[in-house]
Structures are given as structure tokens and as C-alpha cells.
Design a protein around this ligand. Structure first.
Ligand SMILES: NC(=O)c1ccc[n+]([C@@H]2O[C@H](COP(=O)([O-])OP(=O)(O)OC[C@H]3O[C@@H](n4cnc5c(N)ncnc54)[C@H](OP(=O)(O)O)[C@@H]3O)[C@@H](O)[C@H]2O)c1
Length: 272
């Protein structure tokens, strides 16, 4: 594994599970990690334990996402890797539909839309810092969005909401890779591992089937491996390249998702 010595890496959702593991490993490998979280005391512990810089934002509020981007663009002179890792899982079995602080279905908001907005806001810095990488921590559990009911108002279950948000992340990955070709910024997505031993898996009452170290190794490979320096627009299941749900290759569906995302961002920020 190659390290990211001297490189600046932003990890979202760094206060628990996979994000915390990545933050520890990258810091030990010599990277300057900016660790994102929403909880001030958890962020304080991360600073004390690992000596990393931190940034706070509730990703369920697009105003917070924008404030975080503004702060980073001021504070950080370069950004070599952005790891969009923060996420909300299935929730407890039979859990009720939840909304973000902006009134958007929570999993769509946190798992997809926050990363979409944050990435778009940080793109100028990533392009300036090229060669740079964007790693989207998605999942193999994917379902197409219902564009007639993107907020799952008609019928809801947490697993469907999660899977839709995760395919949306992959669709964004493919779009952005295409947009950034020849700009020196790669964009890839992955399923780190199945049912790692993390809070979101415990919350659902599922028995862990893998460890954070396994998912962490697959994710670190996308962050650091020099052999992948030119690889972009791909989806990986662990360390193996895989095909996402076929909707990811549907350019009309991707264009529709882009329109929906931009409309949601614009209307939310206008009214907030
Ligand atoms: N676990 C698995 O088996 C598995 C499988 C496939 C994919 N994944 C993906 O891997 C990524 C990491 O998951 P994990 O298993 O490490 O989960 P986790 O242990 O539950 O950690 C989730 C992280 O996201 C943060 N987060 C959640 N909601 C947030 C919000 N509104 N604003 C800001 N931060 C928020 C959490 O912050 P707090 O510390 O404040 O709660 C935490 O740092 C996710 O994208 C997940 O979908 C996981």
C-alpha cells in the first residue's frame, strides 16, 4: 500500500466506523487528514486521539454543508483526496420514514445529496490540487430512484431508502468521472464490505459479516494505490471491479437525477 505522505485528505463521517478507521490509518501513513463529523464532543476526542484537524457539519442540512465547504476553501490550501463516507444505514427494522433538517427524505439527503453538494463546492480546489481523487463510499445494495416519488412518500422502508441513495451516489460517480476526464481528478465508488461491525449495522440488529479492517483496506486502496492513479468512473465490490445496477449506465436517468439534485439544492438553499 502506498501512503499519502504530505497529502491532504478529507474524510466525512470520520467519528465512527469506517471513517474513523480510515482517518487513523491515513494519519499513521503520513497524510494530513481533515476529519469531518457532526458531533463536537466526538470531534474533540478525534483531535485528542489522532491529532487531526476537524470540521463540523450536520449533513442533514444543506446550509451546514455549504458552510463547511466555505470554511474548507478558506482553511485548506489544497485537497488531494475527498472521501465521501458519512452515511445513515437501514435504521431499525420497521423504522419510520425520517426527514432531514431541510425536509428531504433523510437517506437521500445525507447519503447522496450532501455529498453531491459538498463535492461540487470543493471541485475547484480538487482540480487545482490535481492529481486528486474522489472516493464515494457506496454499497452493493442498490435500487433505482422512483422519480415520481423520490422522497418515498407513498410507501417507505429504510432498506429501500438506503439502496436508492446508494445507487444515486454511483450514478453521480459515473457522471462526475465523465465531466472531469482530462482534469486530473478521478472519481470512483465502492462497496467496502458486507455488514461490517459498525454502528449502522448494529442499529439494524444485523449480525456483522465482515470487519471494518476489511472494508477499510478496500477503501484505502482507492485512496492510495498508485496503480489506480488513472482509473476513474468505476465501481468496486471490495477490491474487485464490479458492475453497479444497470440504471447507473442509463444516461437519461442520470440526467434526471442531476436535474432533481440541482432543483433540491436550489430550492432548499433559497428557502432556508
Ligand atoms: N457497515 C457496512 O457494512 C457498510 C456496507 C456498505 C457500505 N457502507 C457505507 O460505509 C459508510 C460508512 O458506514 P459505517 O458502517 O462506518 O457507519 P457508521 O459507523 O454508522 O458511521 C457513519 C458515520 O456517518 C456520520 N453521519 C451520519 N449522519 C450524519 C449527518 N447527518 N451529518 C454528519 N455526519 C453523519 C456518523 O456520525 P456520528 O458519529 O455522529 O454518528 C458517522 O461518523 C457509509 O456510507 C455506509 O453506507 C457500510
Amino acid at each position: 500500500m502506498n501512503s499519502r505522505t504530505g497529502q491532504v485528505v478529507l474524510v466525512t463521517g470520520a467519528t465512527d466506523g469506517l471513517g474513523r478507521y480510515l482517518t487513523g490509518e491515513l494519519t499513521a501513513g503520513g497524510a494530513s487528514v481533515v476529519a469531518h463529523g457532526r458531533n463536537p464532543s466526538k470531534l474533540g476526542r478525534l483531535r485528542d486521539d489522532l491529532g487531526v484537524e476537524t470540521v463540523r457539519a450536520d449533513l442533514a442540512r444543506l446550509r451546514d454543508v455549504d458552510a463547511m465547504a466555505d470554511e474548507l476553501l478558506e482553511r485548506v490550501p489544497r485537497l488531494d483526496v475527498l472521501v465521501n463516507n458519512a452515511g445513515v444505514g437501514f435504521g431499525p427494522p420497521g423504522g419510520e420514514r425520517e426527514l432531514s433538517g431541510d425536509g428531504i427524505e433523510l437517506r437521500l439527503a445525507v447519503n447522496y445529496l450532501a455529498g453531491y453538494r459538498l463535492t461540487r463546492r470543493l471541485l475547484p480546489l480538487l482540480v487545482e490540487s490535481a492529481p486528486a481523487r474522489i472516493v464515494n463510499v457506496s454499497s452493493i445494495g442498490q435500487q433505482p430512484l422512483d422519480f415520481d416519488d423520490p422522497m418515498l412518500e407513498a410507501s417507505y422502508d429504510g432498506i429501500t431508502a438506503y439502496r436508492r441513495s446508494k445507487l444515486a451516489q454511483v450514478m453521480f460517480t459515473l457522471d462526475l468521472a465523465h465531466e472531469l476526464r482530462d482534469r486530473g481528478v478521478t472519481v470512483n465508488a465502492l462497496h467496502p464490505a458486507t455488514f461490517m461491525n459498525t454502528s449502522m449495522v448494529f442499529e439494524h440488529g444485523a449480525a456483522p459479516m465482515s470487519t471494518v479492517e476489511e472494508g477499510g483496506a478496500a477503501t484505502l486502496r482507492l485512496v492510495t494505490d498508485e496503480a489506480l492513479a488513472a482509473v476513474t468512473g468505476r465501481f468496486f465490490d471490495g477490491r474487485r471491479e464490479a458492475r453497479p445496477d444497470r440504471t447507473a449506465y442509463d444516461e437519461q436517468a442520470r440526467a434526471r437525477l442531476r436535474r432533481l439534485s440541482d432543483e433540491l439544492v436550489t430550492s432548499t438553499l433559497r428557502s432556508a
